[in-house]
Design a binder for this molecule. Structure first.
Ligand code: UDP
Ligand code: MN
Length: 277
């Protein structure tokens, strides 16, 4: 019996994984990624930072990109990095663009499995919002006194999101070649909001909610250990002197306060530094 032919499968090498980072996080956040999930996607993962760093340039096999964007957690600097991520992806020819923050743990095999369920030749904006209703913004246009109210969803950058090549090709004329920054300047919102504005509002492509992405805006302890395999991303944060981290057994909390290594060993116990039983 011949069934319908299976569409081409997505492999790890079809994915461009970009991680936004900054000089002051190289020794802390970047170091942890390099020792954990980066090892499972060395050729596909690129780090977008704001300085040259020979030490991590070597650790990442030359995958550290100095965007020359300014350092600092302000809108312009963040939009500048996202713009660089998008432009390098467009040049790469890969089928999927996935963005993550440097406080994300990315479950590589699960990411591949997720994207395998979608076609890169169809417009896909996959991610997870962190607000319960669409964002409402007011656009003031120069030529009119009218204040236009618009609403749209956006995927939280800190949970990670993925875009199909088809979608990014539609974005190219309006947001490619650095134009992403101008759009951010126009609406005066952060990079992930700007992304949602371009995709949902300008291109009318709806966000597809994927619950397996997680930012530290959600309580990490509620993700059940028996479901870790099924999650695409995790995060961690220190909030009011309290760690918002996954509740995973493993290394003691002094050695691994962010639970990054413990989570990695839970998912991939064969790594050399994982405790062997
Ligand atoms: N970041 C940056 N420049 C900065 C501070 C942060 O590029 O000066 C990046 C950081 O590396 C991370 C993202 O922005 O990928 C979010 O930063 P953070 O987690 O510190 O803040 P959050 O927005 O999650 O509260
Ligand atoms: Mn964060």
């Amino acid at each position: 019996v011949t069934g319908t032919p299976k569409p081409p499968t997505t492999e790890l090498d079809d994915i461009f994984i970009s991680v936004k980072t900054t000089k002051s996080y190289h020794d802390s956040r970047l170091a942890m990624i390099v020792k954990t999930w980066f090892q499972l996607a060395k050729d596909q993962t690129w780090f977008f930072t704001d300085t040259d760093d020979p030490y991590y340039q070597e650790k990442t096999n030359g995958h550290l990109i100095n965007t020359k964007c300014s350092q600092g957690h302000f809108r312009k600097a963040l939009c500048c990095k996202m713009s660089a991520e998008l432009d390098v992806f467009l040049e790469s020819g890969k089928k999927w663009f996935c963005h993550f923050d440097d406080d994300n743990y990315v479950n590589i095999p699960r990411l591949v499995k997720l994207l395998d369920e979608y076609s890169p030749t169809v417009d896909w904006y996959l991610g997870k919002p962190s607000i319960s209703s669409p964002l409402e913004i007011h656009l003031d246009s120069k030529n009119t006194t009218l204040n236009k109210k618009i609403t749209f969803w956006f995927a939280t950058g800190g949970a990670g999101f993925c875009l199909s090549r088809a979608l990014t090709l539609k974005m190219l004329p309006i947001a490619g070649g650095g134009k992403f920054i101008s759009i951010g300047d126009k609406i005066r919102f952060p990079d992930d909001v700007t992304m949602g504005f371009i995709i949902e509002h300008l291109l009318k492509v709806p966000l597809t909610v994927v619950d397996n992405f997680h930012s530290h805006l959600e309580p990490m302890e509620f993700i059940r250990p028996d479901t870790y395999q099924d999650q695409v991303s995790f995060s961690y944060a220190l909030m009011k002197n309290q760690w918002n981290v996954v509740k995973v057994d493993g290394f003691d909390t002094k050695t691994d306060p962010r639970r990054f290594y413990s989570l990695h060993c839970k998912l991939f116990p064969y790594f050399s530094y994982c405790p062997h039983r």
